[in-house]
Design a protein around this ligand. Structure first.
Ligand SMILES: [Zn+2]
Length: 128
């Protein structure tokens, strides 16, 4: 009987991408729907340059995608299944505390937070 060989490369790649507090936090923000960098910045307090760096890693891994709308670039999760992995990790650790984010952040000037509906899309990919 031949020895079973399983290729774990893609799994390792996914876990490596998730192995970062800022990237996990970004995904948690995007769980509520798409957001621009300024919104993620207002939500998490990281600098934009740093966020852009982490978003690029997430994008290269195929987990998020970006879309330019007017002046803003919106990020959204491409594979909501990734939240199953994150949720499973929470469950395995017995952790219940989650990042709680307000729908609207007063210090954020993105169209979503300022109520400028002319420049936002309503369609949002949510995990089932
Ligand atoms: Zn905002």
């Amino acid at each position: 009987m031949p020895k079973q060989k399983v290729n774990y490369d893609s799994q390792v790649k996914l876990f490596k991408v998730l192995m970062h507090p800022a990237r996990l936090a970004i995904l948690e923000v995007l769980r509520n729907g798409e957001a621009c960098v300024c919104h993620i910045e207002a939500a998490l307090g990281y600098r934009q340059a740093y966020l852009s760096q982490q978003l690029m890693v997430l994008r290269e891994a195929g987990l998020v995608e970006d879309q330019r709308e007017g002046w803003n670039i919106y990020y959204r999760v491409r594979k909501p299944d990734v939240f199953n992995v994150i949720d499973a990790a929470h469950q395995a650790l017995g952790e219940t505390k989650r990042l709680s984010l307000p729908a609207v952040i007063p210090s954020c000037s993105c169209p979503h937070c300022t109520g400028d509906k002319t420049n936002t899309t309503v369609a949002v990919a949510r995990p089932a």
